[in-house]
Write a protein that binds this ligand. Structure first.
Ligand code: GLC
Length: 690
């Protein structure tokens, strides 16, 4: 059941798609109180010791969010260490599981602070703006509550099936030849590959919707050439539009007042990669439509996917911020700088980027009038991606376009996925992404993944390999690294064969991963779940944070520690352990419920099949186009008659959910398999039925 409680009058974020009339009475669960001293409302909830608190989507720390202060305020911060409070997204919901069970979503474009047992271990205090719509969702099971929430926020974005293949990125593929090298590196080593990303260097002076013609002299031909290799090129689009006379995007934006304005009504100036830029006013419908149509420039050149970046928006500096810092430096330059003024000086300089003062200094021209950016901050990236998504629906209505963003708000999950931003080549970040995945799924971000191997800092072969083994299960499976870091494409390392095999396993699992993704998206369900949501009555399962249920049949337990060739795993029930070195080399055995130590060598990965579940696999391929999705090898652990519902469509059109896309694979308790559809054939099976 969903109930809405409105406080003040919020700017319509359009996060919720279902019309829900607000309740008159007092909001349940919270000891709500108005805060006299600040411009906001505090919502207070007393927790029992055993209460668990899930949610918050893209945030630091655990699946259970207790014990930290989270500030949902879209932030470009590349150091996602434990003490941080904000990342790129603002997903303002929590799901409390304990004495009472409910989900609450605070719908407001402004910053929301969640103190979840931070100030007082047993108290949740949420502080929002005075204008906020609260949605309380209740239900029996945790998964039912999530489903109900997802139903009111609308269906998740669906990527083309080729975007479930392996993807390679690096900031600094400078020209056609460097990209050809990347493709060659994969193809020569038989490492599957479906896309190569084009970071800012493909543009002319980092200007959106331009091509650096020196580096890419025959761009359209090059796109074609790559497609012949079964590789799609995915260009980046940044939020800031370079200020440059004669540049069409800039000229049109200025002429039509499509950019955000400063307090004097002039186009606001910030600086990002291109230097000085204006920021498109994505909160203005006309400007949003205009920007969306700009993607046509690349669609017309054969491009079928994009990633939207720097859309918190990131602001490296504004003239005003810079001037203030200079003034301070001047004011202390000839003084005997003491330790206090030294630190002030340091803070002033470091505080130039993404400064709250800058976010307070520009305005949007919205349907509801002129509004300061600060009041709408968390909607900016969402509306940039919405601009693209809505334009694709108009320009190529029957075709899926790959789209994911860095900044996001709930609602954007209908227009695109997200990647988890600029992480580091740290083992702790491998664990963080494992924990973040189900939290993102709760609020509809199903198409997601992290920069495998780590974006910042120099990585190591074993970290990339372990991360790739986890990445096998994330819908977005992309290796990405920052300019200047050690190269980390799989073929850069000594044991290339291991990467080939592990990525090969992804292509084998594609039929399962795609089928589970599609069912989750179409039914408003989770693709990746915490054990706590599937084994609600198992006290131990509730505490497991480093294993996940992927789809319905598989439990994963990734290795995320350096120099360990195995790990402890908790099995809430008897399961079939599948240890794979490649699609053709594997061992399977049944393990009883309970605690186990499983050996997982560096070149292996392990996953577990739940009892009376099947996992359809393909025979692989070096690109999704090469994969034969109709010929299957079925793995399963079967003790009674079991049915797997396989979802299969053409992977590119939008005619989702047609009846004929659903097929059944049935196993009897002896392990004999039948299919109800002549579109698919089961050629082999590996069924344990002990
Ligand atoms: C940002 C993005 C990163 C990209 C870089 C250069 O840091 O998050 O993925 O590589 O900008 O465009």
């Amino acid at each position: 059941m969903v109930k809405k409680y409105s406080f003040g009058k919020i700017f319509n974020t359009e996060a919720v798609v279902k019309k829900i009339a607000p309740e008159k009475g007092k909001m349940p669960f919270f000891r709500q109180q108005n805060n006299d001293t600040k411009d906001g409302i505090l919502f207070i909830y007393g927790m029992e010791k055993e209460d668990k608190v899930y949610g918050l989507g893209e945030q630091v720390r655990g699946i259970n969010k207790r014990g930290h202060l989270y500030i949902n305020n879209c932030t470009d911060d590349p150091v996602h260490s434990e003490e941080k409070n904000s990342l790129y997204g603002a997903h303002n919901f929590i799901l409390v599981d304990g004495r009472e069970r409910f989900l609450v979503f605070f719908d407001t474009p402004e910053k929301v602070t969640f103190d979840i047992g931070y100030t007082d271990m047993d108290v949740i205090t949420i502080e929002t703006a005075i204008d906020v719509d609260c949605y309380i969702v209740t239900g029996n099971k945790l998964l039912d509550i999530v489903k109900e929430f997802r139903t009111i926020i609308g269906q998740s974005y669906i990527a083309p099936r080729w975007a479930f293949g392996y993807q390679q990125c690096r900031w600094s593929y400078m020209n056609e030849d460097e990209i050809r090298e990347v493709v060659k590196g994969h193809r020569e080593n038989n490492i599957p590959l479906d896309t190569v990303y084009m970071d800012i260097d493909y543009m002319e002076s980092y200007k959106d919707f331009t091509i650096n013609e020196k580096a890419f002299p025959k761009f359209e031909k090059f796109v074609e050439e790559m497609k012949k290799e079964h590789v799609r090129l995915i260009p980046i689009i940044d939020a800031g539009v370079k200020i440059e006379k004669g540049y069409d995007v800039y000229e049109e934006g200025v002429k039509n007042n499509y950019f955000c304005k400063d307090k004097d009504g002039k186009d606001f100036v910030g600086a990002v990669w291109p230097g000085k830029v204006h920021f498109p006013d994505f909160l203005n419908e006309e400007a949003r439509k205009w920007f969306g149509k700009k993607y046509k420039f690349l669609l017309d050149k054969g491009i079928e996917g994009f990633w939207n970046d720097m859309n918190e928006p990131a602001i490296f500096y504004s003239d005003k911020g810079l001037q203030e810092a200079f003034d301070y430096v001047d004011s202390v330059r000839d003084t005997n700088v003491d330790i206090n003024s030294f630190f002030t000086l340091k803070d002033k300089v470091l505080g130039i980027a993404n400064s709250p003062a800058d976010y307070k200094s520009f305005y949007h021209n919205t349907k509801e009038g002129k509004i300061c950016h600060d009041k709408l901050h968390n909607l900016y990236g969402y509306n940039m991606t919405r601009a693209a998504g809505e334009a694709f629906d108009e320009m190529v209505p029957d075709k899926r376009i790959l789209m994911f963003s860095r900044a996001s708000y709930i609602g954007m999950h209908r227009n695109g996925g997200i990647w988890q931003g600029d992480n580091m080549a740290w083992w702790s970040h491998l664990l963080m992404t494992i924990k973040m995945l189900p939290s993102l799924n709760m609020c509809g971000f199903l198409y997601t993944g992290s920069d495998m191997g780590g974006f910042g800092a120099n990585t190591t072969e074993d970290l990339v390999l372990r991360w790739t083994q986890f990445g096998v299960f994330t819908p977005l499976m992309r290796n990405h690294a920052a300019l200047g870091t050690r190269k980390q494409e799989p073929y850069q390392f000594k044991n290339v064969e291991d990467f080939k095999n592990i990525i090969g396993i992804r292509y084998g699992l594609l039929s399962y991963i795609y089928s589970e993704y599609m069912k989750a998206a179409l039914n408003n369900e989770m693709y990746a779940k915490p054990l706590a949501f599937v084994y609600e009555d198992d006290a131990h399962a509730k505490e497991v944070e480093d294993q996940l249920i992927i789809g319905d049949s598989i439990m994963i337990a990734p290795v995320y520690t350096q120099n360990t060739m195995g790990r402890y795993v908790y099995l809430p029930e008897e399961m079939m352990a599948v240890k794979m070195r490649s699609l053709t080399e594997y061992d399977c055995k049944v393990l009883p419920a309970g605690h186990h130590y499983v050996d997982v060598d560096l070149n292996e990965m392990i996953f577990f099949i739940r009892p009376n579940h099947l996992v359809p696999m393909t025979y692989g391929g070096e690109s999704t186009e090469e994969v034969d999705f109709a010929t299957l090898k079925v793995f399963g652990f079967v003790k009674k008659n079991t049915t797997y519902e396989l979802y299969l469509d053409d992977g590119v059109s939008k005619d989702y959910g047609k009846k004929e896309n659903y097929m059944e694979i049935k196993a009897d308790k002896k392990g004999n398999l039948t299919v109800n559809n002549d579109k698919i054939t089961v050629k082999e099976s590996v069924i344990l039925n002990k």
